[in-house]
Design a binder for this molecule. Structure first.
Ligand SMILES: [Fe+2]
Length: 484
């Protein structure tokens, strides 16, 4: 495949607006593993303009799901969520809703604070209980039929447990207890991080309400068998400013990067007692915790960090289309919290410092010690969308890479065993026995391609070209139970 020295312009196709919806069997080159069965469902912004209306922030594109079903071949479909945001866009109010004039995440947070029931849930699809829910950072979720990708309606918790104005987009699943844990931030005096567990969207059990005067922006957190760990980055807000009459404007400006405050690490006991440990770590910013576990009494978690919160202001489409991509290149760090329920101390060491994006682990290692992290691989310095899939061995530091010099999506590892609850022996001996799924974007051919890599070597096993080009998306989940 021809290599291109172009940077930004080649990436523009990744930020175009798709209007078609299709269901089609894909031609497959190479060979798919016989054991591979189930569906990868990805979520992301599929359209940035409808009619005369358009948005200018990557996060504000209309939510579109893509589904790749493996069963003696690959069947592909894509469908936009029929959300209030979608219907408003179709009615000519695409630039009249949540995204009006909002070009930064900072302003989006302000809108969440105002209580907009934002439902453009374009970050990920999760299964909670028996329901498949499209999520964003709003506590209002969108129910989806995972087979047809049809939108079924909304879901919002209205039970007795406290809830918040913002939610982490990345809730965490505990396979041993079959429940999800999430964090919602309620602005007020004081504000709270409400940490809760749920078996289904209606059944929520409060684990802790952590008061704070300056709530931080949190996209994800860490979960272990006994603890929830929050990393409150020093990108925070003083909500009291907003409550003062006539002070709506300054509220936005008060959401700011304050590195002198450091990163506050809260350790919450999942079995009661609220915050049992608190420590201050060096100031960083980050979107994605990768995985967490306990070992020798310590809590260990991997986190993709950024040096500051510039990403909050820089993910607008004009910058991304021009190749200004510093915000998507992170550093994979390992945090070790010693004496987590007493006087915790936090140690941070780099696992890979030269460019990762959207890091993931095998679902079989959730809440257990993991060895391998898969991620997009970026150039250094970053001038274009990530063109590589990287596998980082966090024990040896060895990095394996695959690239055909086209942009790649977040890589998703699918273990061969397919077991939701593998034994320790299976985890230890088959940690990378499986495949990695990624979606590339071939600018010259004008289409995307599903690529299947070997989980151990990252050699290419198969590829399946799509009938169209997909805009760059956010996150995917592999659902073994979703077969035709
Ligand atoms: Fe995310």
């Amino acid at each position: 495949m021809a290599r291109s020295e172009d940077s930004g312009p080649d990436d523009r196709l990744g930020f175009h607006s798709l209007s078609t919806e299709t269901t089609v069997a894909l031609p497959v080159e190479g060979s798919l593993p016989e054991w591979l069965s189930g569906s990868l469902v990805r979520n992301g912004p599929g359209s940035f303009s409808v009619g005369d209306g358009s948005v200018d922030h990557w996060f504000d594109g209309l939510a579109m799901l893509t589904r790749f079903t493996f069963d003696d071949g690959v069947r592909y479909s894509n469908r936009f969520l029929r959300t209030d945001a979608y219907e408003a866009a179709r009615a000519g109010r695409f630039d009249g809703g949540f995204a009006t004039g909002e070009s930064t995440l900072r302003e989006r947070l302000w809108n969440a604070f105002r209580g907009d029931p934002y439902d453009n849930t374009n970050i990920i699809l999760e299964r909670i209980g028996d329901e498949y829910l499209a999520l964003t950072e709003s506590p209002r979720w969108v129910r989806v039929d995972p087979t047809s990708l049809e939108t079924l309606g909304h879901r919002r918790y209205d039970g007795p447990a406290p809830s918040g104005d913002l939610a982490c987009a990345h809730l965490r699943y505990d396979p041993d207890r079959d429940l999800h844990v999430n964090v919602e931030t309620e602005f007020g005096r004081p504000s709270y991080y409400h940490v809760y567990a749920m078996r289904s969207p209606e059944r929520r059990k409060l684990l802790a309400s952590v008061p704070t005067d300056r709530p931080s922006y949190m996209h994800s957190f860490a979960l272990t068998p006994d603890y929830v760990v929050l990393t409150a980055f020093p990108f925070d807000v003083n909500p009291l400013a907003f409550f003062k009459p006539g002070r709506q404007g300054p509220f936005v400006e008060n959401f700011r990067w304050r590195p002198d405050a450091g990163t506050t690490v809260y350790v919450i006991n999942r079995h009661g007692g609220g915050v049992v440990g608190e420590a201050t770590a060096p100031p960083v910013f980050g979107f994605h915790h990768v995985n967490a576990y306990q070992t020798d009494g310590d809590v260990v978690f991997d986190l993709e960090t950024l040096p500051d919160a510039d990403a909050v202001d820089s993910l607008d489409l004009a910058a991304l289309r021009a190749g200004q991509l510093d915000a998507v290149a992170g550093r994979l760090d390992r945090y070790r919290v010693t004496d987590p329920a007493g006087e915790p101390t936090v140690e941070r060491t780099a696992r890979f410092a030269t460019g990762t994006g959207l890091p993931t682990v095998s679902p079989a290692t959730r809440l257990h010690e993991h060895r391998y992290v898969y991620a997009q691989g970026t150039d250094t310095p970053v001038t274009r969308w990530p063109r590589a899939v990287r596998k980082v061995d966090t024990v040896t530091g060895r990095v394996t890479e695959w690239s055909d010099d086209t942009p790649v999506s977040e890589p998703i590892f699918v273990p061969r065993s397919g077991s939701a609850r593998p034994t320790d022996d299976e985890r230890a001996h088959s940690a990378d026995d499986g495949v990695v799924l990624t979606v590339t974007l071939d600018h010259e051919a004008g289409r995307s391609t599903l690529v299947v890599l070997d989980g151990e070597t990252l050699t290419e096993r198969a590829r399946a070209p799509l009938p169209h080009a997909l805009p760059f998306d956010f996150h995917g989940r592999f659902f073994p139970e979703l077969v035709p």
